[in-house]
Write a new protein. Structure first.
Length: 474
């Protein structure tokens, strides 16, 4: 029943609510057997698929909300909630933790997310007259996990620590914050400031953005930032703002200081723009009523436009001028050289997305050319690697990891190393099952001057070592 409940009413809390209840019971039963530094202490149940074939569910993670959420990963996202609430369990005890969580969740609804639930639990503990220190502990645990929890709630008319504004309370915000001389900012329903009500003065200009969505409006978002310091002026599409606007139109109007440069960037999180794979989407940008050239709705991941004074003369990747959001453009690499990859020879190239490609950087006669190629399994966050000098195993030369979201993908790193010493390459799997073949058919290879190192078997346990270079052990 709990499992079904967590899939419907608490879809945004996903499996975490059910995992908490199961772990709460399990931990209370095994409390005399396991300690918090035992692996089993953080299992939901000791029989919950913790074996060589399946990964069991745990209530421990270093992921932070909301950055740690992965679309479609119900169980993994739920671990964030379950881990946080089990820390509350450890702090204030099972009885009080269970009661606050169960009562708090009754105040949430089908549109609630984990942060809404965290605030509901925190307020429930206060309503239950828990000790002040216990209430403070609950808040600190939630905040440490990334949840914005405060005594107030959005809509209560009082601006709190995590709100830009609340109803009529806009703090010290004025239209001068974005360079406009008229009007007053207003507060949106989500307690974020809306500068759209600011009016144009003598030295201001007006930007109008019209987006006609394709069939996946929830993939689209945009930001407007000041080019000089990256300050966010306005944005749209964050959260669920555009979720129900498939095939419809959204408009925004922003006042900006004329003498400054701004960057408007439109994003599509699936990388297919807003036309024409899944609907005939489009957009228009007007500056003081005049359309900006270079509109391209099939832009891929993102497209940026520079607006105002002292901006680059053109507005997009491919114009030959490296902009604020580009690593390179054409032959403009800024100060970047092959030295970043520790290679002395070769040259940089610039991709069609204005990202620097170091693959053409080559080793000199006194260097080794090294390529690390890893085909990841279905748990890429468990995989990492590093290289040390054998002369000093405390000196890490380079490393790789943090492959979140790259399930089944292949990653490649190219770099150069001096050829006057021996190196140790080590690949790791934090769960002890290698990268093949329990959870996908991962593999890896290390090429040194285009020759593969021997014995790169992907079905290692926690780690595997390889040596290369000068005078290495056999």
């Amino acid at each position: 029943m709990v499992d079904k409940y967590s899939h419907s009413t608490f879809i945004n809390i996903v499996k975490g609510f059910g995992d908490y209840l199961a772990a709460s019971y399990s931990r209370s039963r095994a409390n005399s057997k396991w300690k918090d530094d035992d692996v089993e202490y953080h299992w939901v149940f000791k029989w919950d698929a913790h074996n060589e074939f399946l990964k069991g569910r745990k209530t421990i993670t270093t992921k932070i909300y909301p950055q740690g959420l992965v679309e479609g990963e119900l169980h993994e996202n739920g671990i964030i909630w379950a881990s946080c609430t089990m820390r509350i369990y450890d702090k204030i005890g099972r009885t009080k933790a269970d009661k606050a969580i169960l009562i708090g969740l009754q105040a949430t609804g089908s549109e609630s997310n984990q942060e809404d639930a965290a605030n509901a639990v925190y307020l429930a503990a206060s309503d239950l007259n828990y000790e002040p220190q216990e209430i403070q502990d609950i808040r600190e645990i939630f905040v440490a996990q990334g949840y914005k929890v405060s005594d107030g709630v959005c809509g209560d008319g009082v601006k709190n620590d995590f709100e830009e504004c609340d109803t009529n309370d806009i703090g010290n915000a004025t239209c001068l914050d974005i360079g406009c001389s008229g009007g007053t900012p207003k507060c949106r329903l989500n307690c974020l400031l809306d500068y759209g009500t600011c009016t144009v003065g003598e030295n201001d200009m007006t930007l109008d953005l019209e987006i006609n969505f394709d069939n996946y409006a929830n993939e689209t978002s945009w930001t407007l930032v000041r080019e000089s310091d990256g300050v966010l002026i306005d944005s749209g599409g964050q959260g669920t703002e555009y979720d129900h606007l498939n095939g419809m139109t959204a408009m925004a109007s922003v006042c900006m200081a004329e003498e400054q440069c701004f960057v408007l960037t439109i994003y599509d999180n699936e990388g297919d723009g807003i036309c024409c794979s899944f609907g005939e989407g489009s957009f228009n940008i007007l500056l003081d009523g005049e359309p900006i050239a270079g509109i391209d709705p099939s832009f891929g991941d993102s497209i940026s436009y520079y607006i105002g004074s002292n901006c680059p003369p053109r507005n997009r990747c491919g114009d030959g001028i490296r902009g604020a959001f580009e690593e390179c453009d054409g032959v403009d690499f800024g100060t970047a050289t092959c030295a970043k990859s520790e290679c002395s020879d070769g040259h940089l190239t610039c991709t069609n997305e204005c990202k620097i490609d170091y693959s053409q950087c080559k080793a000199s006669i006194s260097e080794l050319s090294v390529s690390v190629i890893i085909k990841l399994d279905q748990w890429p966050l468990e995989t990492s690697w590093n290289i040390y000098s054998m002369a000093d195993l405390t000196q890490q030369i380079t490393s790789g990891g943090e492959y979140e979201g790259l399930n089944g993908h292949t990653v490649k790193e190219n770099f150069c190393l001096s050829n006057d010493r021996c190196y140790q390459f080590q690949i790791h799997d934090e769960n002890g099952d290698g990268i093949c073949c329990s959870y996908g058919f991962g593999d890896y290879s290390v090429l040194v001057n285009d020759d593969p190192l021997p014995n790169t078997f992907p079905n290692f346990t926690y780690s595997r070592l390889h040596y290369f270079g000068l005078d290495c052990p056999t």
